[in-house]
Write a protein that binds this ligand. Structure first.
Ligand code: IVH
Length: 714
């Protein structure tokens, strides 16, 4: 796509444009605009296709804004392929239908090694080949998103369309233009190609999907069921600006039609499928990576191995895939094998084990969380789903049940989405026989097993019902479980099940009880002995010395995370000082919001809470500010004061995280890209492109790990 020299030149020219005083900014406007477009296209390719940017997001934004400004002053210079023109202001009224240049067929399915061997034999029969001979196949992931067809004419993106019925699809050009990994211009003409049609799949990265749902949860919008729906739904939105927000990506997997100006077929100049994919990669498209995501296999047994390997990799892969696609590599052979009306005979999908299944909703149980939120949990008839038996599925909250109209006795469709958590997609209302019972969310605490009924409350703007005054101890149990957990007091060897066991034995009722356990009695428990009881004692004694930010975080105060706990810890000498604090004492601290302020204040005005804390202090739990609670304020004499630093390669004497906090403590700021803003690059073993770039820049101080440590000691 770009030669190393070109890349170097593009990088350097970007730097020149970023420097507002550089003479490039005095070039004629036409030239500047032309340069900037090339630069931005290059950086978009590094970022969206290669996932390996060479300038920071901020620097990219500067280039983009500068181009926008020039185009704003000279609107006559704007062309449709300018990177600023990806997003249009026009809303899509209605999707019009367009005919595909060749039909978009489907794929036949296979489910195991035998099916794949049968496919191979069938092809050999069709080709009159000996069964012992080998056929070369290409195998790629079967991306699970929405299929698209892109047409380029004269090297410019002309049209984007959905698959539709295979003959005609919806015209979604404006929405495909905002997908940053889809080039608006691509050099097909270098092979004499005038018009092409490409096929691919529009996807959303699993992390981006989670981020979108997190955002939606914060805004109280209904969550998307999975990454696939988020991607396909994204393609069909009416406002391209909103589509752009979604961060869609497109993997291309077919170059199916290519003609020259006279309409002569040019597809046969790509002898194999792998070659045509490599060509698309060279033109800047996102394609399955050769040797990793795409493999040319010399026979069907290599195909089987590759498919099985990918089935294991599926969960860890950052995009949703539901199988692999196996294709005869050679185009001449493909045509000889031919097509049915439904699918090519030369290709087949190898489907991974189902991630969706149907089961029966038997009952609903309720769980209470550490701040009293009541979570409904569906008990379903145990069902195998992608290798795991599922019998419980969270229903999140009352709104989820209402929106899905779930009823006891319903047949429900369940799936395990990108992460391992099972999820109810929908009730299959067509299977109802009238015996299903509506689900009514309780208005009184369903966990409470005492005589005294407690009304649940629902705070405006929140989805959960909460039990405000726990009388049965269930919330205290959840708080104890959180108190001992890793992000809180981090008590080694004391986890959820052990706390629950102690609770059932009646040994612990509040957090304070965790510090007065009888270790002789513990030693007699099944599964315990002297040694393990002594280890537990040691771990608990160690936790008593924890810095107070951990203790504050461990109290299960709504919204009080580790970050605000640290901010508070830095302000107080003793935890119980907070008894005297009023609302504005909290909100005066930067980054402490009104909600958390109120919650912490109420917690420390509550006598029961104070009594428990006093008991804990008497039992030896540290309540005084420690070294770890004080903020790291580097002064001007700190060895790295005011410097920016970046670690690359694998460090031998410490983890990357440790190195970064050491640097921070010494007054440096960690940044993530090599640019003119970087002062120090610390290189571990096998440092790669970052080191190279830092050397090229010539302004970065390059240190080994040992030199870095020496510098800190100085
Ligand atoms: S090849 C004519 N390759 O799977 C060949 N399809 O059931 C058909 N898909 O809707 C397409 N990843 O969108 C091919 N690497 C891949 C694919 C792939 C996903 C989708 C495609 C189609 C469906 C076919």
């Amino acid at each position: 796509m770009y030669t190393p020299e070109e890349q170097k030149q593009l990088f350097e020219r970007s730097k020149s444009f970023l420097d507002t005083k550089n003479p490039v900014r005095s070039l004629p406007v036409e030239e500047q605009v032309a340069h900037l477009r090339k630069l931005i296209n290059y950086h978009e390719w590094r970022y969206y296709v290669k996932n390996d940017p060479v300038i920071s997001d901020f620097e990219y934004d500067q280039l983009f804004k500068y181009l926008e400004a020039l185009e704003g002053e000279h609107p006559d210079l704007i062309t449709p392929d300018s990177p600023t023109q990806r997003v249009s202001d026009d809303l899509i009224e209605d999707f019009s239908k367009v005919a595909h240049l060749t039909p978009m067929l489907s794929l036949g399915n296979s489910y195991d090694a035998d099916d794949l061997k049968e496919f191979d034999e069938q092809i050999k029969r069709l080709l009159n080949m000996d069964m012992e001979e080998d056929i070369e196949y290409v195998v790629e992931p079967k991306f699970d998103g929405g299929s698209i067809a892109l047409v380029y004419e004269n090297d410019a993106l002309l049209r984007g369309a959905t698959r539709g019925n295979g003959e005609k699809g919806d015209e979604i050009t404006a929405n495909t233009r905002v997908i940053r990994s889809v080039p608006l211009k691509a050099g097909f003409s270098r092979k004499g190609v005038h018009k092409v049609e490409l096929r691919g799949e529009v996807l959303i990265h699993k992390d981006r999907f989670k981020e979108i749902n997190k955002q939606r949860a914060a805004e109280d919008l209904p969550l998307f069921a999975n990454a696939r729906n988020t991607a396909t739904g994204g393609l069909r939105m009416k406002d391209p600006k909103e589509v752009a927000q979604r961060g869609l990506e497109a993997f291309l997997y077919t170059l199916g039609y290519a003609v020259d100006k006279e309409g002569n077929d040019l597809i046969q100049q790509f002898e194999t499928h792998a070659e045509s994919i490599a060509f698309l990669g060279e033109l800047g498209f996102k394609v399955p990576k050769d040797g990793d995501e795409l493999k040319v296999c010399k026979n069907i047994s290599e195909v089987v191995d590759f498919c099985l390997k990918w089935e294991e990799r599926r969960e860890a892969y950052p995009y949703e895939i539901d199988g692999m696609v196996v294709k005869v590599n050679n185009r001449v052979l493909q045509e000889r094998v031919g097509y049915t009306s439904h699918h090519p005979r030369w290709a087949i999908a190898y489907k991974f084990k189902a991630k969706q299944a149907t089961t029966k909703l038997l009952s609903v149980e309720y769980q209470v969380g550490k701040i009293g939120s009541i979570t409904p949990v569906a008990k379903v008839a145990p069902t195998q789903l992608a290798g795991v038996t599922i019998s419980s599925i969270s229903l999140h909250n009352e709104d989820f049940i209402t929106e899905k109209d779930l009823r006891l006795g319903d047949s429900v469709l369940i799936e395990r989405a990108g992460d391992v958590i099972p999820y109810i997609v929908k009730a299959m209302d067509e299977l109802r026989d009238g015996s299903e019972q509506p689900l009514e969310f309780p208005r009184q605490c369903p966990i409470n097993d005492t005589e005294e009924a407690v009304d649940l409350v629902r705070v405006e703007g929140e989805a959960a019902w909460r039990c405000p005054t726990c009388v049965c101890g269930a919330q205290d149990l959840q708080r104890m479980i959180f108190h001992v957990s890793k992000p809180a007091m981090n008590i080694d060897g004391l986890g959820k099940s052990l706390v629950e066991r102690f609770y059932e034995l009646g040994w612990v009722r509040t957090m304070a009880d965790l510090y007065r356990l009888d270790y002789d009695k513990i030693a007699t428990l099944e599964g315990f002995g002297e040694k393990s009881a002594a280890n537990l004692k040691k771990a608990i004694n160690k936790a008593k010395q924890s810095p107070i930010y951990r203790l504050l975080h461990s109290l299960s105060i709504h919204h009080l995370g580790q970050k605000v706990s640290k901010l508070l810890a830095a302000e107080i000498e003793h935890v119980l000082d907070l008894r005297e604090w009023e609302l504005e004492d909290y909100t005066n601290i930067k980054d402490v919001g009104p909600k958390v302020a109120e919650n912490v204040m109420l917690y420390f005005k509550n006598e029961r809470n104070i009594d428990i804390l006093k008991e804990m202090e008497a039992l030896g739990v540290n309540m005084q500010q420690t070294e770890a609670d004080r903020p790291l304020v580097a002064d001007e004499s700190a060895p790295l004061f005011g410097k920016t630093i970046l670690f690359t390669g694998s460090l031998q004497q410490m983890s990357r995280k440790e190195a970064q906090s050491k640097a921070e403590a010494a007054g440096a700021k960690n940044i993530s890209a090599v640019s003119s803003k970087l002062n120090i690059l610390v290189v571990g073993e096998k440092a790669g492109s970052k080191l190279k770039k830092a050397r090229e820049l010539g302004t970065v101080e390059i240190l080994t790990e040992a030199e870095f440590l020496d510098l800190l000691a100085s």
